[in-house]
Write a protein that binds this ligand. Sequence first.
Ligand code: NAD
Length: 485
Amino acid sequence: MLTVSYPDVQLFIDGQWRGGSGHDGAPATQPIINPATEEVIGTLAHASRADLDAALIAAEKGFATWRHTAPHERYKLMRKAAELLRERAEDISRIMTMEQGKPVAEARVETLAAADIIDWFAEEGRRQYGRLIPARAAGIQQIVHREPVGVVAAFTPWNFPINQAVRKVSAALAAGCAVILKGPEETPASCAALVKAYEDAGLPQGVINLVFGVPAEISQYLIPHPIVKKISFTGSTVVGKQLAALAGAHMKRVTMELGGHAPAVVFEDADVEVAVKLLSGAKFRNAGQVCVSPTRFLVHQDIYQRFVDGFTEAVQTVKVGNGLDESVRMGPLANARRVEAMEALTADAVAKGATLRTGGERIGNNGYFFQPTVLTDLSPDARILNEEPFGPVVPVMPFSSMEAVIAEANRLPFGLAAYAYTTSGSRADEFARRVESGMVSINHHGLALPETPFGGMKDSGYGSEGGTEAMEAYVNTKFVTQLGV
Ligand code: NAD
């Protein structure tokens, strides 16, 4: 039942919600589309250059206040923001489903998980200990301080409108930084609800600012700007490389959480039924639009047929529809670009000889729905085996040995997540050691908890968005040595 209507979304600058100032008196806006219906459900304000300047000045001022706010005070305020998110979770999750498409149960999990992430970083912010290093001579004191880096520019995408933002914002705030968040233009309201929770918890003006607009224009302006000291981006590898290069030219610190192409390996000794159940659950979460989604399914030849039959059957039971219907397991894709990509990747694979086991088509002509799809007998040059699909299409391939499967798992330039199913401890251990991946999950899908590292290697980026490692990105180390103490 719908209990909340979709709001128009404004910018949040220096503690005020407002429209964009626009050019020549004409503020720019963009329509927000519900991907399940293709209806326009709201409008989003775009920031002009003047608005970005206002956000920069506000953030600089906010940082001056926040960096000197006692960690215990920051902690209390952050915990309050987390509680507000929990109280508002029902409304926020419906808004998220309206703008992003995911089933409302997933939106609820995302919102409540965001509150847990805030809690965790709030606690972690109280433990930013320095150190005292024993000196080599009497009378010398050697101290390591940890200081917040300053104003952070954070760029977050549309697949997890709150989760992608809350990790960056909360680690930054816990460290004492101020933030300019460029939220996701296609899914802005739930991200704005996160910022509102921080506002209502009492965050001082300017400590968090939320802007939207043309992503390339905003990043080109903010990244080189002298007020901005740290960049954090989540999105595609191609954009991440451009932004990292720009940040490098201006010697800015960077965290990059980019694309993946996770191998999901099912060894011959795995419990096939468990692998089918867990992989079919994980794959269609958020309609496959997840950076750590299991993507290349690699199944030992001895159990290949059993797995393909069982998996295809499981996939055919996935109920697709409007995510506001609680019985739906997979919503629409988030935008028309993803549907086109799924059609193109499937057509390419089939043209190169793949067998379509199930799915393969857009559903209806209203809303961005695509069938959960399984492909086998793929040619190695099929695009889907080489490009991140970011959607509900699964290529399944057989393998014959550990050597062969490790070579395939490590073949691509990505290295974000990897999965394996096996009942052998030594196989699990060998896979975990040899796979080139920032995260490895074996016999379950256990990634993305607040307290565990989250990040990739190779073209999937660098830096971590979880665990104690996430705080490192937002602090500078200062070493002070003093004689005569
Ligand atoms: P895209 O590559 O244009 O955009 C990806 C994200 O980057 C969006 O949030 C967008 O607003 C932002 N972006 C794009 N250009 C930017 C710029 N110059 N400066 C700052 N931000 C910029 O394409 P898309 O269609 O939105 O997504 C396509 C691909 O992006 C997906 O197939 C997937 O590979 C990747 N993606 C990854 C994640 C992730 O969680 N790692 C999330 C969303 C998209």
